[in-house]
Ligand binder design. Structure first.
Ligand SMILES: [Fe+2]
Length: 476
């Protein structure tokens, strides 16, 4: 124990008072800076992981909500305040510095918690719950499509024409005609008719291949029409196509195993024997949903010529089908996919019709999103990035979803069909009509049949109950 003498200040008392103050100040600065740096690293990790997920990048471009921007830049807040507090240490008034440090420190804790929560949400939630085991006849892209023989004819009755737009029965082109293309590939000509009957086909007109396409059923969405969706499935089962392609947005929120199970159970109930292949849509990809998509529809043992479960080509016998990965736009269309696509299109057999499928569309009528101003029509990313390749290599038909309409368009010898009508809430009446639109149906549900015949494709847009809304012939 030191001896205290009255009136004499012990020499160590200065250190006892001042040194702890200095240490506290250094620690405080260090703590604030390190916690802010830690929060920044965690936020970069969380956002980087999210950005790396299949289909997530498009969310930043096509769904520019404030919450997403806050998540993206939240890590910069605490570190900015911590740095701002440094020069304030020299001020006589220390309270401003202390307040900034406290805000930075509390912000660091919040950003760290949100980042860890975000990572847990993206990694854990898709892996919660199990997928129901179901019997489905899934198409493995590497195995191609086996054309069925002795298939029964579809026996749908013709319905009232609910089209808007150009008159039906107009010949849009003739075989071998059309706008000049970049290569020697012959442009596909288009003739549209509104069918008034479904006369039996003669043996010579028997299809070589029968395909069905629809998109955007949105299982799990309160706004989806489950009855129309079921009708579409029943109609496709009844028509017994060689393959049925669903072009994405199978579920409303991709990270929900519950919603995928709803889809699986319905698909098993109504189309278990129909060869089925799905694409990944933007909704399917939500928040790590690609994990469940692959688990349900691209299981272990499946493979593709591209090495990706999201884009591939299929040898469909008398036709070539090429799927591209465009959940929102071109965010996933990098150099690797572009090189693969160009090589695949160039190598396609010119004697067979070349059909490209995708989730997001190219030419399309639509509207401007009232909340975000995003244009849901003639796609400003997809058109410049892919259409030149379609025209160069003589693609005959491009089929997409994303917009919830049925539409037929034609541009520079390439024909485009929109089939986003499998139960998702119909998009509003288009306020923008694409100059390349030949026919559109808004507000209805249904699917598209494509019959491959020698020298031509027969397109039939159907309502959910199988009635013919519009027919078109494409010559290849
Ligand atoms: Fe959709």
């Amino acid at each position: 124990m030191p001896t205290l003498i009255y009136g004499i200040k012990p020499c160590y008392s200065r250190h006892m008072i001042q040194q702890p103050q200095k240490t506290s100040k250094q620690l405080s600065r260090r703590t604030v800076l390190f916690s802010a740096l830690g929060a920044l690293v965690l936020s970069i990790l969380a956002n980087g992981y999210f950005y790396s997920l299949e289909g997530a990048r498009g969310l930043y471009v096509w769904h520019p909500v404030v919450a997403l921007k806050i998540l993206l830049f939240m890590g910069l807040g605490p570190i900015s305040l911590a740095i701002l507090a440094l020069p304030l240490e020299k001020l006589a008034q220390k309270w401003i510095m202390r307040v900034l440090r406290w805000i930075s420190f509390v912000g660091s804790i919040l950003v760290s918690l949100v980042s860890i929560g975000m990572l847990a949400f993206l990694i854990v939630v898709p892996r919660l719950g199990s997928m129901d085991p179901v019997h489905l006849n899934l198409v493995d892209p590497s195995q191609g499509i086996v054309t069925q023989s002795l298939q029964p004819e579809a026996t749908f009755s013709a319905g009232a024409d609910s089209t808007t737009g150009t008159p039906s029965g107009v010949i849009m082109g003739a075989p071998g005609s059309g706008t000049a293309q970049a290569s020697g590939a012959a442009p596909a000509a288009l003739a549209t008719t509104t069918a008034s009957s479904t006369a039996p086909l003669s043996p010579l007109d028997r299809p070589l291949l029968r395909l069905a396409f629809s998109s955007d059923p949105h299982w799990g969405a309160d706004t989806a029409n489950a009855s129309a969706r079921t009708d579409v499935l029943k109609g496709i089962e009844a028509s017994r196509p060689d393959a049925f392609f669903m072009l994405g947005d199978t579920v409303e929120t991709g990270n929900s195993a519950t919603q995928w199970n709803l889809a699986l159970l319905d698909l098993e109930a109504f189309v278990s024997d129909v060869p089925l292949r799905l694409l990944l849509g933007n909704h399917d990809a939500f928040f790590g949903g690609q994990y469940l998509y692959r688990k349900a529809f691209f299981p272990q043992g499946f493979s593709s010529d591209s090495g990706s479960p999201y884009y591939w080509s299929i040898d469909a016998g008398p036709a070539t089908i090429v799927a591209v990965d465009l959940p929102w736009g071109t965010e996933m269309f990098g150099a690797r996919q572009k090189a693969w696509l160009e090589k695949t299109l160039a190598a396609a057999d010119p004697r067979k019709p070349l059909i490209v499928i995708s989730h997001s569309y190219f030419y399309a009528s639509g509207y401007k999103d009232p909340k975000t101003g995003v244009p849901w029509y003639d796609h400003y990313q997809n058109i410049p990035a892919l259409v030149p390749l379609f025209e160069k290599y003589g693609v005959d038909l491009v089929i997409s979803g994303h917009n919830h309409y049925q539409e037929l368009l034609s541009h520079n010898g390439v024909n485009y069909a929109i089939v986003g009508s499998m139960g998702g809430i119909p998009d509003p009446e288009p306020s923008y009509r694409s100059p390349w639109s030949k026919w559109i149906n808004a507000g209805g549900y249904g699917w598209l049949d494509v019959d491959v015949l020698p020298g031509r494709l027969l397109l039939t847009f159907r309502s959910e109950t199988g009635e013919t809304r519009q027919s078109a012939t494409i010559f290849y």
